[in-house]
Design a protein around this ligand. Structure first.
Ligand SMILES: Nc1ncnc2c1ncn2[C@@H]1O[C@H](COP(=O)(O)OP(=O)(O)OP(=O)(O)O)[C@@H](O)[C@H]1O
Length: 591
């Protein structure tokens, strides 16, 4: 009963939000159609008795009544279907939006890194397609219950014992519920395999990945991994489906015995002369209907159970997505002191080892900061924390002395411009691709061209056919760009925001050679100093090239999640240490 309540509350709630008028019309038409059938059985009884009594005119009238009710059932069912089909589709769209909101509607990202959240999200995404069938299923279940209630009353008019017939439907329903749980648990056990096979399939369709797979001859290896995962997942599902089918079969057999008993009862009463032939016809007709209704209700149980599970999954996702902390302070418009990290430790969800450990760091307002360190040292993670995309596991980050956790995350995000290492390749027009960096300026061609020019992306934009040219292979007339060109557009995007307080560029020149990167950094450092004098803005630059970052006001060397060294180039070179060693190592490699 709880399952039914959960499913009905969830699905009807969505449908009501999507199209209340159509939902009401669909429900009304459907229920009216469902009522026609038992009353047709009732008229059939009177028709049989009238025909046997030789009352031709009365029998004909009842025959027309039966035909009229059956036509009504068909017509009403058809019109009801037109309504609830559309409501179901619209409810699916509402659910889709809710899913997107749960996945991306929060300022921080930690929930997306949790494998359990990812599994539930993947299952919930599959569930969205089932919204319309779930609504249909629940409506039919409602119709079946109403029809069963009327049928019971009609049966009881023949013999009160017959009113017990629907009780025989209880064991099959219970057994079926258990069977549905078996299948659902198997689905959950195989969710991770499903995600993995989905990832392998997406690799097969991704031109970038296919290049490497071909050249490394890894096709067979990936196919074998896919087949292995697939057979494991389908094996588990198949065995659960078998056990569920067996259980359902046993339940239906039980009902078949009760049905036989009911027919026997009325036949005996007819033989004893306490029931008319019409009543035998009524019982046979209605008992058949009950059997069909029970079978349909049993069939619908799986739909209801899975809708209830969907509701639970959405509740789980909503509970897992952290609610934004109560913000008490607004984000500043200019930096006076700068940003400080006080003993910041951070571990990604599901990972037992922290990525950043006890980081203490002061980034003065107006500074140009370079973040260097070996692969996996934690540079990108530190940038993401500064951007407020993750909250420290321990310690705190303060902006001009105010804890970042006390500021509304989206207000802080509006003060930031950034280019991530894994920048987005948006298959939109150039205008949207760059304009998304500051949507209010999306139609300002002069601003767009200035950002494109500053990011040295003019050539890429010309190649795409100007600001309104489409990018990406997703469109027949879209222009595909090189990796470096995509990155320069990402850079242009990050330059759209006027007067950010933090400009964070995570390896913005990874696709450039050392000289070009050096030129880019020098240009940015000069612009950053001008901006810094205005509003105290900080420019943060992540790079692997030590020759590039020497002009920074402050160089932070990360090693294995901790700050190994901090200082200017001259200070760091004046003492033996990681920076000193790596600088010389790289310098030697270039000579
Ligand atoms: N989303 C994530 N979930 C779990 N672990 C992560 C995630 N992103 C990064 N890590 C882990 O955190 C560590 C630091 O990663 P990070 O990207 O911050 O390093 P980095 O210094 O920027 O490296 P690189 O120079 O290679 O870009 C890595 O060991 C990585 O495995």
């Amino acid at each position: 009963m709880r399952t039914l309540r959960t499913a009905a509350g969830f699905v009807f709630g969505l449908a009501w939000r999507a199209a209340p008028g159509k939902l009401l019309a669909g429900v009304g038409l459907l229920l009216a159609g469902y009522l026609a059938t038992p009353f047709a059985g009732y008229l059939l009884r009177d028709f049989t008795d009238a025909a046997l009594a030789g009352a031709a005119a009365t029998a004909t009238a009842f025959a027309f009544g039966v035909a009229g009710l059956l036509v009504c059932e068909l017509m009403l069912g058809h019109f009801a279907h037109l309504h609830y089909f559309e409501v179901g589709e619209q409810a699916g769209t509402v659910l889709d939006r809710r899913l997107l909101d749960l996945a991306n509607g929060r300022p921080t990202l930690a929930h997306l890194d949790d494998p359990r959240f990812a599994d539930t999200l993947a299952l919930a995404a599959q569930d969205v397609a089932q919204t319309r069938p779930a609504l249909e299923g629940l409506l039919h279940l409602g119709g079946l219950v109403l029809r069963a209630a009327v049928t019971v009353v009609l049966l009881a008019t023949v013999d009160p014992w017959l009113a017990l017939l629907p009780l025989a439907a209880v064991p099959p329903v219970l057994v079926t519920r258990h069977a549905a749980r078996l299948v659902e648990r198997a689905r959950e056990r195989t969710a991770a395999s499903g995600r993995f096979t989905g990832h392998l399939l997406s690799l097969a369709a991704d031109a970038g990945a296919v290049k490497e797979i071909r050249l490394f001859g890894a096709h067979g290896f990936l196919m074998a991994r896919q087949a292995e995962q697939w057979s494991q997942a389908t094996g588990t599902l198949w065995s659960a489906q078998w056990r569920a089918a067996l259980l359902r079969g046993c339940g239906q057999l039980l009902f078949a015995f009760a049905y036989g008993g009911a027919i026997l009862l009325v036949l005996r009463r007819a033989a004893a002369g306490t029931a008319t032939v019409g009543e035998v016809v009524l019982v046979v007709t209605l008992a058949v209907q009950i059997s069909v209704q029970v079978a349909s209700a049993i069939g619908l149980h799986a739909t209801v159970a899975s809708a209830a599970r969907t509701a639970e999954r959405f509740a789980e996702l909503a509970a897992a997505v952290p609610a934004p902390a109560a913000a008490t302070v607004t984000a500043p418009r200019r930096l006076v002191r700068g940003i400080r990290l006080h003993g910041v430790t951070f571990g990604y969800p599901g990972s037992d080892r922290p990525t950043l450990r006890d980081v203490d760091l002061t980034i003065p307002a107006g500074a140009t900061v370079a973040l260097v360190g070996e692969n996996g040292a934690g540079k990108s993670t530190l940038v993401k924390l500064l951007c407020g995309l993750y909250a420290p596991t321990a310690g705190r980050i303060t902006v001009d002395g105010v804890d970042l956790a006390r500021m509304p995350a989206d207000a802080w995000h509006r003060r930031i411009a950034m280019l991530f290492q894994d920048f987005a390749r948006l298959h939109f027009t150039v205008r949207d691709n760059v304009g998304v960096g500051e949507l209010a300026l999306r139609d300002d061609d002069a601003v767009l061209h200035a950002a494109v020019h500053q990011a040295r992306a003019t050539r890429a934009v010309e190649q795409a056919g100007g600001l309104d040219g489409l990018l990406g292979r997703g469109y027949a007339d879209g222009t595909e760009l090189s990796g470096g060109q995509w990155q320069s557009l990402g850079l242009a995007r990050s330059l759209m925001r006027p007067r950010p307080l933090l400009l964070a560029l995570d390896e913005p020149a990874a696709a450039l050679d050392a000289h070009a990167e050096n030129a880019l950094f020098t240009r940015f450092a000069a612009a950053a100093r001008r901006a810094g004098r205005g509003n105290g803005a900080i420019t943060l630059f992540v790079s692997h090239r030590f020759s590039t970052v020497r002009a920074a006001d402050l160089i932070v060397v990360l090693r294995d999640g901790t700050v190994a060294e901090v200082g200017t180039h001259d200070e760091l070179m004046a003492r033996p240490g990681l920076y000193h060693d790596l600088f010389h190592l790289q310098a030697k490699a270039y000579t």
